[in-house]
Ligand binder design. Structure first.
Ligand SMILES: Nc1ncnc2c1ncn2[C@@H]1O[C@H](COP(=O)(O)OP(=O)(O)O)[C@@H](O)[C@H]1O
Ligand SMILES: [Mg+2]
Length: 268
């Protein structure tokens, strides 16, 4: 089981779009995938056509303190997306109530490990678990990082894009030092206007710094991706011929290729 967080404390860099569409594209290659929505804004949940306010069971139940009567196992809250992907796609949904997980965890022993334990105890086994993180470096993101082997950092190629992830890289180092948890880092360039010179420069700079840890696949700016998420449909179903569908499908293949190939660059 590969567990991958999609994280960056900056909002609007396509964390959610990447979670939904990488997750769905992986199922096209026969993988069984769980998408975990760790953001109280519930955009992954909504982006799959689920109405968050009608949910009785969410990720909040999984992260409840151990003695809480509301505590549930992961397999009790996941929804199998039978509309898509031959039933190989599952989502662990969220809604605005999930915001309270943050303070419920504050006084818990081992609070960084609640998600990790939730995933490890899940009775359904998956090939991939993709975790969509909130745009912050709080305890929810730390839980996601601690549960993951790998983290994909989406960046939009603007000036200062790299400076923006310095703080995030610091967090990854602290997770290593203080929680003794090592993460493989990957960077994904998203929402790229590949004709713009700024984008070209930033992509080059990103490759200089992160080397082979930057995915070869670049996610081009594509309006179909915006439409698809507003319709609650993954891009490969909404518009399979779009650049968005092409790019995310290529990304899924690249992610799968790392099942065999090791990446040697150590970043920290
Ligand atoms: N490749 C893309 N081209 C154009 N718009 C995109 C692309 N990827 C994402 N978007 C749009 O950008 C906005 C932010 O994306 P989102 O995935 O919600 O980011 P985050 O989860 O990091 O906040 C959304 O409106 C989304 O539809
Ligand atoms: Mg998001």
């Amino acid at each position: 089981m590969r567990i991958i967080s999609i994280a960056n404390q900056k909002g609007g860099v396509a964390k959610t779009t990447t979670s939904i569409n990488l997750g769905t594209c992986l199922t096209e290659f026969g993988k069984k995938v769980l998408l975990i929505d760790m953001d109280p804004q519930a955009h992954t949940t909504i982006g799959l056509g689920i109405e968050p306010n009608e949910l009785e069971r969410t990720m909040l139940n999984v992260l409840e303190p151990n003695r809480s009567p509301n505590k549930l196992n992961m397999e009790d809250i996941v929804i199998q997306m039978t509309k898509f992907s031959d039933g190989n796609l599952y989502v662990a949904p969220s809604n605005i109530d999930f915001a309270s997980a943050e303070y419920k965890l504050i006084d818990q022993i081992g609070r960084e490990d609640f998600l990790n334990i939730g995933i490890q105890n899940c009775k359904i086994k998956f090939d991939y678990v993709i975790i969509d993180c909130p745009p912050s470096l709080g305890i929810l993101t730390i839980n996601a990082l601690k549960a993951s082997h790998e983290v994909i950092i989406p960046i939009q190629p603007h000036y200062f894009a790299l400076r923006g992830i310095e703080e995030f890289m610091e967090t990854i180092k602290i997770v290593h030092q203080n929680l003794h948890h090592f993460l493989e880092i990957f960077v994904l360039v998203t929402i790229a206007d590949t004709r713009s010179n700024i984008a070209k420069e930033v992509i080059e700079e990103t490759r200089d710094f992160f080397k082979e840890r930057v995915f070869k696949t670049i996610i081009r700016k594509n309006i179909s991706l915006v439409e698809a998420s507003s319709q609650g449909i993954p891009i490969i179903y909404y518009n399979p011929k779009s650049h968005g569908a092409e790019d995310y499908s290529e990304l899924a293949q690249e992610v799968i290729s790392f099942e065999k190939e090791e990446v040697s660059t150590r970043l920290y």
